[in-house]
Design a protein around this ligand. Structure first.
Ligand SMILES: C[S@@+](CC[C@H](N)C(=O)[O-])C[C@H]1O[C@@H](n2cnc3c(N)ncnc32)[C@H](O)[C@@H]1O
Length: 217
């Protein structure tokens, strides 16, 4: 995590309780567009990614709620949070008793946010700041994937990788608010939640979101 990315995150967000998961606190923003513009200026890249890391997404919130109710899924287990964003799922897993957690994200601001947010919650989360979707499955017990199906290109890579992860005997939990690119044919539904979100991100400020387990092939 670079100092400049860390200071960018701190400058543009505020530490506050997570809606529906008030026991967790994250560095969160109110508005997407001004922060996106600031990220473009900071990186000198007009194609800089949206600041996903500054929001708790509906899929991740559903996983957080599920882990609060079903700590046994991660308690004492090693967890990998794919497309971690703010680190929400990794931090929720540690709070539920995971023995260790790693967050992976391609955005360098996300890498900074994960570290800051983990610390703000009195936890330590390992960070993998690169694309892991062509890698072998990680050496963990559980992979969490919160809100990874919002665009076709990412969805097409995430799904086969998660199948490889599952084939390696690793439990895979998915959180999703009904995004169009999530194929649900090899998923078992575990829970459904009403999630408080924001119209900065979604069409409505309340969404249904589901937690699924990927079935072995
Ligand atoms: C909608 S956000 C979800 C964040 C978090 N899981 C949550 O639910 O709040 C999607 C995240 O995926 C990350 N991402 C996109 N492509 C990725 C890739 N190939 N590998 C890892 N992360 C990726 C983005 O940077 C972003 O932080």
């Amino acid at each position: 995590m670079t100092a400049s990315a860390r200071s960018f995150v701190l400058r543009h967000t505020r530490l506050r309780p997570v809606p529906g998961l008030e026991e967790l606190r994250l560095q969160l923003a109110d508005e997407v567009l001004p922060l996106w513009r600031a990220a473009q200026v900071e990186t000198g890249d007009p194609d800089a990614a949206l600041p996903y890391w500054a929001f708790a997404w509906a899929g991740g919130l559903a996983i957080g709620r599920y882990l609060r109710e079903h700590a046994e899924v991660v308690a004492g287990r090693r967890v990998f949070d794919l497309a971690s964003g703010s680190g929400l799922c990794a931090i929720a897993a540690l709070r539920a008793g995971a023995s260790e957690a790693t967050g992976a994200d391609i955005d360098r601001f996300a890498a900074a946010a994960i570290g800051l947010n983990a610390r703000a919650n009195g936890r330590r989360v390992g960070v993998v700041a690169r694309d892991v979707l062509d890698d072998e499955p990680p050496d963990v017990d559980v992979v969490l994937a919160g809100d990874c199906w919002y665009e076709a290109g990412l969805a097409e890579r995430v799904q086969p990788w998660l199948r490889r992860v599952r084939a390696a005997g690793i439990d895979v939990l998915i959180g999703d608010p009904g995004r169009r690119y999530l194929p649900t044919d090899d998923l078992d539904e575990l829970a459904e939640y009403e999630i408080r979100t924001t119209t900065e991100l979604e069409d409505l400020d309340r969404k249904r979101a589901w937690v699924y387990r990927l079935r072995p092939a």
